[in-house]
Design a protein around this ligand. Sequence first.
Ligand code: GDP
Ligand code: MG
Length: 166
Amino acid sequence: KSGFVTIVGRPNVGKSTLLNHVVGHKIAIMSNKPQTTRNKITAVHTTEEGQVIFIDTPGIHKPQSKLGNYMVSVAENTLNEVDLVLFVVDANEKRGAGDEYIIERLKQVKTPVFLVINKIDKVHPEALLPIIDDYRKLYDFKQIIPISALEGNNTSSLMQAIFNEM
Ligand code: GDP
Ligand code: MG
């Protein structure tokens, strides 16, 4: 099995952390500053089951500049070119205009989308259900998977779900 997966989400939700975690060594740039990752960075996760090629995007947001325009178009083109999209959100942050903008873009493509609720190490387990209900109203996600990319909680289930999709 093999396939391409792209990770989208607002800045600082943990996309690079997730990418680094699944690949096992640091290749993406991690920072608290938004938009440090300016290019598509690919990483390969290989197991006996096959390989998953990850693409870290610059982030999809309403463009504010020519560079922003370019970055958004790179991210949007990627959505059509991959087998699966991981839409990462922060369990500790309220859904905002940035998330809604991305969801509108996701509605334009046929690629299946998993909702990855990250940073579950920072919230009470009871807080998860309202988050899931909230996002479910906006988009028919193929799967919804809560994780902690930092601590590695449930990331093996995420990888299994990704392989099952291929
Ligand atoms: P990106 O902008 O979406 O690529 O986000 P980053 O991967 O750069 O992460 C932004 C910040 O969130 C960093 O300080 C990370 O250490 C932190 N972070 C990422 N994942 C988790 C997580 O699962 N739990 C916690 N507590 N922090 C996380
Ligand atoms: Mg990043």
